[in-house]
Design a protein around this ligand. Sequence first.
Ligand SMILES: Nc1ncnc2c1ncn2[C@@H]1O[C@H](COP(=O)(O)OP(=O)(O)O)[C@@H](O)[C@H]1O
Ligand SMILES: [Mg+2]
Length: 369
Amino acid sequence: MNISGLEGCRVIVCCGSGGVGKTTISAALGLALARNGSKVAVVTIDPARRLASALGLSALGDEPRQVDIGPTGSWGELWALQLDAKATFDRLVQRHAPSADAAERILDNRIYAHLSGAVAGSQEYMAVERLNELTHDLRFDQIVLDTPPAQNALDFLDAPTRITHFIEGKSLRMLLSPGAAAGHLGWKVLHAGSSTVFSILERVTGAQLLRDLGEFLAAFDGMYSGFSERAEAVRTLLHSPRAAFVVVSSADDEPVREAGALVERLTHDRFPIGAAVMNRIRPLPATEPPTREGLMAVLADAGARDPADLADRTLAQLEHDRARALRDHESCARLARLLGGRQPLQVPDFPDEPVEISGLGHVADALSG
Ligand SMILES: Nc1ncnc2c1ncn2[C@@H]1O[C@H](COP(=O)(O)OP(=O)(O)O)[C@@H](O)[C@H]1O
Ligand SMILES: [Mg+2]
């Protein structure tokens, strides 16, 4: 496996369990592809500022920001941005509302203000929308998506389906149905629906609620189908050869197990797996460990006070490192078996955090093989 398989992809989705290095790998992959001449946007859905700090930037926002990757020439461009769910939703309304007037009414509406900021999972819904926007943005050849630290690494995959269910399902439908607009909506009905919707609405008082709701529904009229259509477009793209999923894992048991589950799920749902990355591998020692006697003699020569004790502790540490390195290589082999024999890309565990273009460059080199 190498990254050459990713070169023609429009969208690359880095996924894996929390803390394995998804953000680092996303940024480094973006850098590697940019060094190959591509114009790459790395987008993170993680509200924490990990991508910004990995790139050595103070902050990232909704608008792509170009990252200085060194001398220009045959190199492409690296851009980075961080999902802003509310800004994405606002833009969506501005673009797709039936009229400028309707857009303004939606944006000013209190129900909308709560809905756009508070709906559970709105991060993921808007991630799908943002991804859709970026895939139509001609400034970029490739989009690398850094998925959020979801409790379940598979959550993101469900987002396009869930957004459709969300739109078609009880919670929004109830708010958006003509019956609701007519003002037949009682608190009891709201209670029976999604507790999320209820908790949003609870913050708005009765009469105001119904007025806001009526306005909201009227303004939103004609926009619902767009949500489903765009989610479907993203789903289709993610299933196509123009997409590639990159499964990231560390060598620990749990992440490898989760990576295995992810590979199974991606394969089952026919999402294309472009590569797997085994991150933070420790190198196997190139030589045999010294003998205890040999080491003691060297230490005694060097003037150590208690050469036997120091030799024992050194050997214990060497043995510990060797066992970990062996375990890391066994994890690689395990992941390769889960991938039907394809070898994961291996990235070493760097002594210093791989941040800024200099640090990420080492990761990019490892990924490029
Ligand atoms: N190959 C590596 N060598 C050393 N440190 C790494 C490596 N990859 C990631 N890290 C560090 O591990 C931590 C978690 O990485 P991050 O990319 O934020 O993971 P995730 O996005 O999966 O939560 C960060 O401090 C990062 O700098
Ligand atoms: Mg992350």
